[in-house]
Design a protein around this ligand. Structure first.
Ligand code: OOB
Length: 550
């Protein structure tokens, strides 16, 4: 049964029945999946954590740890349905924590290590989180200080659990596990497993409710397409909490297959290449800017990367020129991935012709993924025409969590998700991403919602109006440009001061505008709205005019 709940619209019963009958939804849960793998091969290594002193946890060990931590969470009053914000770097505890939460039916809320107090405060207060899990210090940043700031503003947040050395008001995660207990009310396959973050185009990030059934389908569906089996070794180079390295096929896909997960503390070649060589990594996933860096670094030839069979690239458009360089440079097959945390994931297939691999963003995982390409009035367009991508299917959500107004705008009445992506379909059914209609900047895979940054800049006392747009960038694909109109009579402000102002409001660094331009007024559209199209054209022209001549 998947009737709508108070928190989010579920899959209508007729669809749930269809997805079960088709065999997509297998009635599994994450807690049971780990239990099964541990029973099948307890001694096989599940997680390799070079940052954590080179720890190697077997399936048996991960399973036992998750049981003990689950019991400890229950003993501290965290139970089914409770939300727990998890913000961890790529360390083994990330998996111990999420599997413990999965087992008791508490919902991890997946924050990224880059998030700062504004975002974390929102996640904790909006989800009424019972707990927040952080590292002590990672990449030189002290998350305990962040936790204290958040807790001061969110009194309902009862627990802060720290991986490593806790602060005074915190609990060391290592002190939480207790003797395993039987879980009285374990989650059911159709129930929510976690809340993922949306890249978003609105003032605050929206939360994406994913069920055990739907997400697990995306895992084994991805495994089949990407050739992941028990002999695979997946390198997690991107932040583990992001949907791409989590599930496409990602760490959870690898664990579903009984494969090995290697955690890279950073994605740079100096860290990742020795790990590939030492651990015999067979596949990994990267955003386009990193894929470029890797192809260049591989040419130096200092490391044996011959174990690498598949490189998945997604999160932002991978240019055809860059895509063509992958196979010669890295000696592996490229798989383009066009996915979204809301659901739909497309892959080029391993046996697609090279031209398809380098010129398209793949096709859906499931025969039951419904794809529509429509015009501005939702009329279906003929194959090959460029239009808005709408989708519905066995692992695409029917609505955001506690967001009825957004849902009315982001979904059609019959449940199709409006992706905000502008695409066309090839005759072979592959999707080519041509652009975007949503008000978002895709900064090399990191999504910046224009409205969110505009709201922060508007809080500056000298600012009358602001419009945030993308500008082309050779490395990241896009960067962020804020056009600012100052208040009449306001003291002149420098662009660095605007950037500093945004940074000091406690936002992830990738959201600070790369460039700030001051103008007297904005160009307008025919009906008097700010014309972002003209602003984008203006900054692109300016960049061309000032680019160093080759
Ligand atoms: C992935 O997920 P999100 O939720 O961070 O971002 C989704 C959006 C898409 O709607 C699209 O605008 C863009 O990111 N995108 C791409 C792309 N992959 C994602 N645009 C062009 N080409 C691509 N290959 O980014 C994500 C989730 C799962 C797997 C892979 C990526």
């Amino acid at each position: 049964m998947t009737e709508p709940t108070v928190d989010a619209p579920g899959y209508p019963a007729e669809f749930a029945e269809r997805y079960r009958a088709a065999g997509w939804w297998r009635g599994e849960t994450f807690g049971q999946m780990l239990r099964d793998r541990a029973a099948e091969h307890p001694e096989r290594v599940a997680i390799v954590d070079p940052a954590g002193g080179g720890r190697r946890w077997t399936y048996g060990e991960l399973d036992a740890r998750a049981d003990r931590l689950a019991a400890g969470f229950l003993a501290r009053g965290i139970g089914k349905g409770d939300r727990v914000v998890v913000q961890l770097p790529n360390v083994a505890e990330f998996f111990e924590v999420i599997f413990a939460l999965f087992r008791i039916g508490a919902l991890p809320v997946f924050a990224l290590p880059a998030h700062r107090e504004t975002e974390i405060r929102h996640f904790c207060s909006f989800t009424e989180a019972a707990a927040y899990v952080v590292a002590d210090v990672a990449e030189g940043y002290d998350y305990r200080v962040l936790a204290d700031k958040v807790r001061a503003d969110v009194p309902g947040l009862k627990h802060v659990f720290v991986v490593g050395e806790p602060g005074e008001e915190h609990t060391a995660l290592a002190d939480v596990p207790t003797e395993p207990v039987a879980i009285a009310d374990p989650p059911l396959p159709h129930e929510l497993a976690f809340l993922q973050l949306s890249g978003g185009s609105t003032g605050v990030p929206k939360l994406i409710p994913r069920t055990h059934d739907d997400y697990i389908y995306s895992l084994w569906g991805s495994n089949e397409i990407c050739g992941v089996d028990e002999n695979s070794v997946y390198l997690c180079a991107l932040p583990a909490a992001h949907n791409f390295p989590l599930s496409s096929p990602g760490t959870l896909g690898a664990l579903y297959a009984g494969a090995r997960v290697v955690l890279a503390p950073r994605p740079s070649p100096d860290v990742a290449f020795p790990l590939i060589e030492r651990e015999g990594v067979t596949l990994t996933g990267l955003v386009p800017p990193l894929a470029l860096v890797w192809t260049e670094a591989a040419a130096a030839g200092d490391h044996d990367l011959s174990s690498l069979e598949v490189l998945l690239v997604g999160g932002a458009k991978f240019s055809e020129e860059a895509a063509r360089r992958v196979r010669p440079a890295l000696g592996c097959t490229l798989q383009q991935v066009f996915g979204m945390a809301e659901g739909l994931v497309n892959y080029t297939r391993l046996d697609d012709p090279e031209e398809t691999i380098v010129t398209t963003q793949g096709r859906p995982i499931s025969p039951d993924d419904e794809i529509r390409v429509v015009d501005d009035e939702d009329n279906d367009l003929p194959t090959g025409a460029t239009g808005h991508l709408l989708t519905r299917g066995p692992y695409t959500i029917r609505g955001y969590w506690r967001a009825p107004e957004h849902n009315a705008a982001s979904f059609t009445a019959d449940g199709f998700y409006r992706t905000g992506d502008v695409v066309r379909l090839t005759d072979s059914g592959h999707i080519v991403v041509e652009g975007r209609a949503k008000d978002q900047i895709n900064r090399g895979g990191e999504k910046v919602a224009a409205e969110e940054i505009e709201n922060h800049i508007l809080a500056h006392p000298a600012v009358h109006d602001v419009a945030v747009v993308s500008m082309p960038d050779a490395y990241l694909g896009e960067r962020t440009c804020a056009y600012v109109v100052l208040r009449e009579g306001a003291e002149p402000v420098k662009s660095v001061a605007v950037k500093k102002f945004v940074r000091e409001r406690g936002l992830a660094a990738f959201k600070v505008p790369d460039r700030v331009e001051f103008v007297a007024a904005f160009p307008q559209t025919g009906i008097g709205k700010v014309s972002k199209k003209d602003l984008r054209a203006a900054i692109a022209a300016e960049l061309r005019a000032t680019a160093p001549q080759l």
